[in-house]
Design a protein around this ligand. Structure first.
Ligand SMILES: O=C(O)CCC(=O)C(=O)O
Length: 275
């Protein structure tokens, strides 16, 4: 049995603040395996046909980011973002962890797909500034807005290395800009300094985010990477407006198979830290 709990008080707190610390879900061994695997993917030692990869910028300017494309061979740890990690059995196993089943069942329902399963990196002495944004809106091209993201720190995330900053309670405002980034005026209105907190996280810590929560992150001037894994779960009935297609199913009918079950036991401390 799992030592995690996700019940009424957690739901109430998440509804109020728009984020919730879930604690450690991956064991030390699993976490290390995920770090090694993503480095292997970046270094071209493990490849998945068509996996979209985006290089980081040198300048840190969001506007200078290159498009996400499948790269044949680019042996570098200087990637900012890698999508479709459900293609990797280790990451799929993490996404299908029984605890996330419990959380998504409570928030989404029995049949759950993903809009995205992405690696988000601030490479050592690099990283790109990510401006305030919500992860919803017409720009996402979906017939319903997803609201449930699980963001996991693969390395400790700190103010120094570009951890996320969030505006507590900002999900209550609904969609601020249908095209992702709020205007300067809306930032002044909705991202008031007194409501912003830094979401520092221990390595392995998972944090639940409402997709409507305003968040941003800075660069990483330190000598070590700040790696993270972000999963946007949604109702499996959600379709892409343009194509009518549904998305990879993680839980419920037609769920992907082949995920590596890590182990029965879960890491100590999940859902017990109440910070
Ligand atoms: O990891 C970060 O700095 C930002 C992640 C993010 O924007 C997301 O998971 O939606």
């Amino acid at each position: 049995m799992s030592n995690h709990q996700f019940g009424m008080s957690e739901l109430a707190r998440f509804a109020e603040e728009g984020y919730l610390r879930l604690g450690r879900v991956a064991s030390d061994e699993h976490l290390q395996a995920m770090r090694d695997r993503i480095d292997d993917i970046m270094m071209g030692k493990v490849r998945y046909e068509g996996m979209p990869m985006q290089r980081d910028t040198d300048t840190g300017e969001y506007g200078e980011l290159p498009t996400r494309t499948y790269e044949e061979s680019a042996e570098t740890l200087a990637y900012r973002r890698i999508d479709d990690l459900q293609l990797d059995p280790l990451y799929l196993g993490y996404m299908q962890h029984p605890f996330f089943r419990e959380v998504t069942e409570a928030l989404v329902g029995p049949n759950v797909s993903i809009f995205r399963a992405m690696f988000m990196n601030k490479p050592a002495e690099h990283g790109t500034h990510l401006p305030w944004h919500q992860d919803v809106g017409i720009g996402w091209g979906l017939d319903a807005n997803p609201e449930t993201t699980v963001w996991t720190a693969l390395d400790a995330a700190t103010v120094e290395n570009g951890c996320m900053e969030v505006v507590v309670g900002s999900h209550m405002h609904g969609v601020i800009n249908e095209m992702h980034f709020p205007s300067e005026a809306d930032q002044a209105r909705y991202a008031r300094e007194e409501d912003c907190i830094y979401l520092e996280a221990e390595a392995g810590e998972a944090i639940l985010l409402n997709n409507l929560l305003l968040h941003r992150s800075a660069r990483n001037p330190t000598g070590n990477p700040r790696r993270a894994f972000s999963i946007a779960y949604m109702d499996a009935a959600t379709r892409a407006v343009k194509t009518g297609e549904t998305f990879p199913v993680i839980f419920g009918e037609g769920a992907l198979t082949g995920g590596e079950r890590i182990d029965g036991a879960l890491a100590e401390g999940a859902m017990t830290n109440g910070r």
